[in-house]
Design a protein around this ligand. Sequence first.
Ligand code: GLU
Length: 306
Amino acid sequence: MKVDYRSLLEEVYEEVRQDANEGKVADYIPELACVGPNHFGMALMTASGEEFGVGDYEHKISIQSISKVFTLAMAYELFGNDIWKRMDVEPSGNSFNSLVQLETEKGIPRNPFINAGALVVTDMLVSHFGDPITFLLDFISNTLDNRPININLDVANSEIKHSDRNKALAYFMKSFGNINNDIERLIEVYSHQCAIELSCAELAASFLALANQGYSIHSQKRILSKSATKRVNALMQTCGCYDEAGEFAFEIGLPGKSGVGGGIVAILPNQFSVAVWSPRLNPKGNSARGMKALEILTTKLGHSLY
Ligand code: GLU
């Protein structure tokens, strides 16, 4: 049966607008707090390339931790299973920037989507490329029919200025031999990757390969190996929303990845990718209305991964 995604998104938008817009915009990176708190956008792209959007779905957003999906995919394609020597694939059950497990687990982060794990991934890319940002932008651009990709330098510089926590994670892991590059350089690269800006429409399109067995909808070429597609999706399901990954699977039932800019991207294999943006975050650091919107979407749709 053909789903009327246009009406579905409009219904979700309508319901979400009636809900109290609770939560708080992230301000530990001060520049992120400059965003209007009441924005809402949602875009969906089907595996056959049809696009739908409501609200501010074309507004550029700070993708923040959603960038960790792109860097993980790049690192996995470059180094294969060797990357798991430097990090695990287990949910952390702790907040995204927690230090606690690193002590007992000897500098090996629980997974690539908490900050510690993402810093290790970026460290691998710095060692390989020297300047991985150009390659990262090309990687993303390749998923978007070669469209140019922008970094918000104010956001990047704001994060660099307020990066004590991420530096602490990096120095701590370095003391265990799990970071190889200069920490200032690592934080600079990591903060720039997080400050990439994409709209919901672009996020949905750039994640479509994960819903499309690794194939680009534009070129019909494989842009992710079969294995990377499987593993990245599995990690998004189990670790994509930090210590709320269980709740996300329970409520929404799709692999997804959130960022503190208020964006969340999720996919339903062979069906669609969907991106939502609402800057107010719940106490776990995930977009409060974004979670709600995705839950309404899969409930109305009547199916999810499960
Ligand atoms: N740049 C952010 C940080 O390192 C990303 C966190 C997130 O989006 O969850 O704190």
